[in-house]
Write a protein that binds this ligand. Sequence first.
Ligand code: HPA
Length: 278
Amino acid sequence: MNKEQLNTYSEKISLAHQHLLAAIPFPPEVGIILGTGLGGLLANISISMEVDYRDIPFFPVSTVESHAGTLVFGTLGNKKIVAMKGRFHYYEGYNMKEVTFPVRVMKKLGISHLFISNAAGGLHPDFKVGQSMIINDHIDLFPENPLRGANLEDFGPRFPDMSEPYDELLIQKALDIAKDENIHTAVGVYAGLQGPNLETKAEYKYLGKIGADAVGMSTVPEVIVARHMNLPVFAISAITDLCAPGKIKKITISEVLQAAAMAEPGMTTILRKLIESL
Ligand code: HPA
């Protein structure tokens, strides 16, 4: 990326930020990316304002109608939040700067924490369909990095640290909440791949061997960009299918969604209580 392009990207972030700042009722304290498995959290949000991605300058816009998304502003418990209803996946054809654009804008709006959910295949042999997994580390297997190119100096350093991408205090608090509420969850490593095809048996075996407990097609880019800006992150996966040797079977998207719905109540409780505890 040359200097001219870099300015353009920073300017786009600023223009989206200014547009929203002029429209929103209050600056958000917490950002949430509502992936598969966290739609139910919306029911707990008292919504003040909802902005169509199409109405935000330079926000990536999906050409697929079913993927149209909105930015939701409101309160969750005692916290002012902004939530992305619908995220951008690399496999849809967006580049990494587009995938992570909303995270930059949410940080500029003032969020102090980012919460993320996703659906993932379970590689750990003990995992069950419909449980959740709190992410405590990741393996980036995407072919592109959102920080590639000239560094955005106003946002963070050239070589951001990744020794603790997921906030350990929040993980511990989430585990305490899960215990108190009798929610079956686990903690583990998420491998992020571009998709959109699911993995072969040999690939699942490989992912298990290199240390991954779950695999999916999102989250890693957003976490890299959040950590570039020193934004604390908490992320949780709904385990929608089993990928350990001997447990792999053909799956359909409706089975994935059904399994995510099983994990949803527990994930929603963990997230809601965690955010209220900040
Ligand atoms: N692989 C990749 N992504 C996924 C999977 C999987 O098995 N399940 C849900 N998302």
